[in-house]
Design a protein around this ligand. Structure first.
Ligand SMILES: Cc1cc2nc3c(=O)[nH]c(=O)nc-3n(C[C@H](O)[C@H](O)[C@H](O)COP(=O)(O)OP(=O)(O)OC[C@H]3O[C@@H](n4cnc5c(N)ncnc54)[C@H](O)[C@@H]3O)c2cc1C
Length: 449
């Protein structure tokens, strides 16, 4: 293999010791990093690794927040950044075939240039890859109306642990022939197979979208507003949330005109044909006034809209500036338990004296508690671990779960049994061993064997 494709010095490998999860003292160095360029290369490396029982860790942009592409057992990192071609774009069938290293933003832009739409939009979409999104089953703000990555995969071409190449799914919009193995690969965090090509479903691009920002003096009235919108049979494309601390931290570090004196804000976007979107946006404003919104703003143009969304997407980076480190979690509860979950997160973080900025895709019941702290401070770390356990316990007690879109990685591995139960976990382990008997594909992620 050409030398320029391989990184092997300690300094170079050190760059791959972390991903966007902030982890403490993990021995994460890979033995080598390979910039793969073809499917055949992936096959031959995996075949070799399997016969020598060497771990293989696939890596996209490394933006996952659960340590899913860290190298806790050493091994070879397959860097997919050079497998970044759009292989086929069929506007008639509304499909796009892509290599795993393609950045989501490139997929979106190309689709949009032909009046088509790829909706999944993790806040990291300007840098994260389709391979990583498939492996984490990424969601994002538009999940409320459009679903997650799993809803836009028509077929996957994968390399199995022994190097075998396999196409899963027919590529047609519907397919009822046997088990949906491609859906099993989605969300499997690179532990079952390596995605080397994906065929995506696209949909027509909405004619226009309108973004309503609504501020509230209490969280109760914001939640009431969300429920009232849905009760009125309006189906926004996004219903996102920022609490006072999140609003203030964004304004402090990336000022963009958010109202810092309010308790929280909702970002509600509707889309469709212009007249229809205008009608819905008007209804939403009326409903939110009744539920107690104290300030409402409608973004007047694309620039204003992008400004608000950039503020929301900057929240993680802004929280990071409040401490030496930042961690972001990802719990979800049924919508009728949201208020208890939000208040619970705030109470728990107050109890442990942790700086919390709370954001989330709350139309889905999904919250991202972002905590600024110093991970190397033993006391703070202990408080954080206790708070995290209590937050998970609360989410489970309210009928929710501990991850809705970030995945498990190594970050939540010790909570998986209490979340899914021993029998389900056992079944997952059987499936893993069926696909990967030598446990070389991203070992030690999701669960330990
Ligand atoms: C600021 C910020 C905001 C975020 N917002 C969201 C959000 O709103 N919603 C959301 O869902 N997520 C969000 N994320 C998490 C993350 O960005 C997504 O999960 C993203 O899709 C991961 O893509 P990636 O290319 O960075 O994958 P990586 O982090 O590189 O990898 C993720 C996983 O995919 C595996 N993998 C990578 N490529 C392949 C392949 N070809 N075959 C098999 N496995 C592979 C890796 O081994 C790893 O297990 C956010 C992250 C950040 C930093």
């Amino acid at each position: 293999m050409v030398k320029s494709k391989i990184l092997s010095s300690a300094e170079e490998r050190y760059c791959y010791a972390q991903d966007a999860a902030n982890l403490r003292n993990e021995p994460n160095l890979p033995d080598a990093v390979v910039f793969v360029e073809t499917i055949e290369e992936v096959q031959s490396i995996v075949k070799y690794a399997n016969s020598h029982k060497i771990p293989i860790i696939s890596r996209g942009a490394g933006t996952n927040m659960v340590g899913a592409c860290t190298c806790t057992q050493g091994g070879i990192v397959l860097n997919f950044s050079r497998m970044n071609k759009i292989v086929d774009f069929n506007t008639e069938n509304m499909t796009m075939k892509v290599q795993p290293g393609v950045i989501l933003d490139d997929i979106k832009k190309l689709a949009e240039s032909k009046g088509l739409f790829y909706p999944p939009d993790p806040s990291s979409y300007k840098v994260s890859t389709i391979g990583g999104s498939i492996a984490q089953s990424s969601g994002g703000a538009k999940t409320f109306k459009y679903g997650t990555t799993k809803d836009y995969i028509l077929s996957l071409t994968v390399v199995l642990a022994d190097g075998t190449l396999m196409k899963l799914g027919s590529g047609t919009v519907k397919d009822a022939v046997g088990y949906h193995l491609n859906q099993l690969i989605i969300g499997s965090e690179g532990t079952l197979a390596i995605v080397v090509e994906a065929e995506l479903k696209l949909i027509p691009l909405p004619d226009c979208s309108i973004l309503v920002s609504a501020y509230f003096d209490t969280i109760e009235s914001a939640i009431m507003g969300v429920n009232d919108i849905i009760k009125n049979r309006i189906f926004p494309s996004t219903i996102d949330f920022m609490d006072k601390n999140a609003i203030n931290s964004v304004e402090q570090f990336y000022p963009c005109g958010l109202q810092t004196d309010k308790s929280c804000m909702l970002l509600i976007e509707v889309d469709g044909f212009k007249k229809f979107a205008e009608f819905e946006s008007g209804m939403i404003q009326d409903i939110l006034k009744v539920s107690g919104a104290s300030y409402i703003n409608v973004a007047e143009d694309e620039t204003a809209k992008e400004n608000i969304w950039t503020a929301r997407r900057s929240s993680f980076a802004a929280t990071a500036k409040l401490g030496l480190d930042v961690v972001s979690d990802d719990v979800i509860v049924p919508r009728n338990a949201l208020l208890r979950m939000i208040n619970g997160c705030i109470d728990i973080c107050n109890k442990f004296n942790l700086k919390l900025c709370l954001v989330g895709h709350i139309g889905d019941g999904n919250l991202h508690p972002q905590i600024a702290l110093n991970l190397e401070n033993d006391e703070e770390f202990k408080s954080y671990m206790s708070a995290k356990s209590e937050i998970y316990k609360l989410a489970l007690s309210l009928g929710g779960t501990i991850s809705s879109e970030h995945g498990v990685g190594i970050e939540k591995l010790s909570y998986i049994e209490q979340t899914v139960g021993a029998e389900v976990l056992e079944q997952m382990k059987r499936i893993k061993l069926l696909f990967d008997p030598n446990n070389i594909l991203n070992p030690g992620k999701i669960f330990n064997l």
